[in-house]
Design a protein around this ligand. Structure first.
Ligand code: GDP
Ligand code: MG
Length: 176
């Protein structure tokens, strides 16, 4: 049995659902009350990938207010993959994903020099009434800024969380 350690970071504006996502994925809980993240939270999940591989997945969850400072460089260091999340009901958080992607690409690469594989997550898809971003807009931005792909998610309803992480894990396994 081989054990692999993968570091995955999750970034994006405050309040989009990053901490909720990590908690839901790792411990299957969801809190409606907002708890602001201070500093960095770590979560660890051990995955039995196959009869050959165990994956130790380290999820790094940063506080949104530390964005675009020298702090993020430390946070990005040695990441194998990245999730950039926005809130479908807050257009500005969608527009800011471009800044997050640039910040990441400027400060961090994989060991072979290639960009860190990055998945775009459009969270809060359960809140249809307040939706401010169309699928076409996401598709376009995703292509223009070289995301691996994108998915709508609802951490609240538990939609596309396993699938998104599974997609990223496949990518990391293919590259390892
Ligand atoms: P962070 O600042 O990005 O870490 O965001 P949080 O995880 O703290 O979530 C911010 C707020 O959004 C909280 O009140 C969550 O309950 C709420 N939230 C997170 N995910 C969803 C979702 O999928 N749908 C809805 N409607 N609310 C969500
Ligand atoms: Mg948070």
């Amino acid at each position: 049995m081989t054990e692999l350690l993968f570091k995955v970071i999750i970034i994006g504006d405050p309040f989009v659902g990053k901490t909720s996502f990590v908690q839901k994925y790792v411990s299957n809980t969801f809190r409606k009350d907002y708890k602001m993240t201070i500093g960095v939270d770590f979560a660890l999940k051990v995955i039995r990938w196959s009869h050959k591989y165990n994956i130790k997945l380290q999820l790094w969850d940063i506080a949104g207010q530390e964005r675009f400072t020298s702090m993020t460089r430390v946070y990005y260091k040695d990441a194998h993959a990245c999730l950039i999340m926005f809130d479908l009901t807050q257009k500005s958080t969608f527009q800011n994903t471009v800044r997050w992607k640039r910040d990441l690409d400027q400060k961090c690469n994989l060991v072979d020099g290639s960009p860190v594989p990055c998945l775009l997550l459009a969270n809060k898809c359960d809140d249809i009434e307040h939706r401010e971003v169309t699928q076409e807009e996401i598709e376009e931005l995703c292509k223009e800024f070289n995301f691996l792909g994108w998915s709508e998610t609802s951490v609240k309803d538990g939609l596309m969380i396993e699938e998104s992480m599974g997609f990223l894990l496949e990518e990391m396994m293919a590259k390892h």
